[in-house]
Design a protein around this ligand. Structure first.
Ligand SMILES: *Cc1c(COP(=O)(O)O)cnc(C)c1O
Length: 389
């Protein structure tokens, strides 16, 4: 009997080790891992550069309080701001802490300019921003909030794509609109660039902030450093996590100078957030992702992957309804529950993971090789071929 709580529905398999795109299970099998800890291991398993970085730092200093200067964090923040819209960064340890901080920052900004009543956040119904009490209420999904006490006030919801409702929700108390640039858990739903542009315009017009949650789609996964870059807009606040740590828990909020001014000493903090060990790994991750040609390669190979998956979709139009997503944030939407299909892929040594709306999520590491993509394509095709609907 496991002493772990039952809050996960775990597959009955564990792993001895990983290398790049592969995981090796305790029962002696090799799996092509296109889950990668849910878009976390952006550079695959046991990446030599990350091993080197963590080894080196682990011999110097693991943790010091944010009461002191942390040069590794200064370095990572500089890289994150030089490459993006942002002027300022606060480090956290997870995605939900990052979205939680984003909400706090938006509210604190309006408080700091004498408009404390502007504190409501508009979100997409059944989106995913994490599991803290505030984040589940931001997501507004019954499945996540049920049984967890009184609803946290301050969030208004519209359905994905319902622009009319979204505009109607904006009132004098609205502080921000917060959406995932690409909805991950919600079924790999890409908000089109024209929509993101429109959101920016509306926010400008109404004097409210735009928060783009890039916890899953950010840090190169879309083929751009941030998925919103395709829309050529500047958000005000962007929570990130997953991919930036390459497997080490790191979260962060990126923000413009304007809102950062509100975060004066004592307004927010974290014991672990931004510690030297985490920051050293983060620096190693971002150095590799920002290397010349790296993101172009993500774009080029992921385009190939999408193209080939669309061919399979046309070949099996009774199984696959749609190929969704952008870059290496890919969703195969089936016409029926995806559980059995995911099991079949796993039987054939390909690991994938579910998302809402019958979607199978495919999340290779950003440095996946073409031969590994081809192997995945062969497995998906084989499972389609043998699948009894
Ligand atoms: C995973 C995720 C989160 C929460 O991240 P945790 O590290 O699990 O807390 C928040 N927002 C989005 C878009 C995510 O995909």
């Amino acid at each position: 009997m496991s002493a772990l709580a039952k809050n996960y529905n775990r597959r009955k398999i564990s792993f001895l080790k990983g290398k790049g795109s592969y995981l090796y299970s305790t029962n002696g099998k090799r799996y092509l891992d296109f889950v990668q800890g849910i878009a976390v291991n952006s550079l695959g398993h046991a990446n030599p550069n990350l091993i080197k970085a963590i080894n080196k730092q682990s011999k110097k200093v693991w943790h010091v309080s944010n009461a002191f200067l942390i040069p590794e964090g200064e370095k990572l923040a500089k890289k994150l701001t030089q490459k993006t819209f942002a002027d300022s960064v606060i480090f956290q340890n997870s995605g939900t802490e990052a979205t939680e901080a984003a909400i706090k920052i938006a509210r604190r900004y309006f408080y700091s300019i004498g408009k404390p009543n502007k504190n409501r956040i508009i979100c997409i119904k059944n989106s995913f921003h994490g599991r803290t009490i505030a984040a589940i209420n931001a997501s507004g999904s019954k499945k996540m909030t049920e049984g967890f006490g009184p609803k946290v006030p301050g969030f208004d919801h519209f359905e994905f794509g319902n622009h009319k409702k979204m505009k109607k929700l904006i009132n004098k108390n609205t502080a921000a609109i917060m959406v995932e640039t690409v909805m991950g858990e919600g079924g790999i739903k890409v908000i089109p660039s024209w929509c993101i542009k429109e959101l920016r315009k509306i926010c400008n017009k109404k004097g409210i902030l735009l928060i783009l949650d890039e916890v899953q789609c950010g840090i190169g996964r879309s083929g751009k450093f941030f998925a919103f870059e395709n829309a050529k807009v500047k958000p005000d606040i962007v929570p990130i996590a997953k991919g930036i740590g390459g497997g080490f828990p790191i979260g962060a909020v990126l923000m413009s100078k304007k809102v950062a001014k509100a975060m004066t000493p004592g307004t927010h903090g974290s014991t672990f957030g931004g510690n030297p060990l985490a920051m050293s790994v983060g620096n190693a991750v971002i150095d590799q992702i920002l290397k010349k040609g790296f993101l172009n390669n993500v774009k080029r190979l992921s385009d190939y992957f999408h193209y080939e998956l669309n061919k399979i979709q046309k070949q099996f139009p009774n199984i696959i309804k749609e190929v969704r997503g952008v870059g290496y944030l890919i969703g195969l939407q089936l016409f029926f529950d995806q559980t059995k299909f995911i099991q079949q892929l796993m039987k054939n040594n390909l690991l994938t993971i579910r998302a809402a709306e019958n979607v199978i999520r495919i999340l290779p590491p950003l440095n996946v090789k073409k031969i590994e993509i081809d192997l995945a394509l062969r497995i998906i095709k084989k499972v389609c071929y043998n699948y009894k609907v």
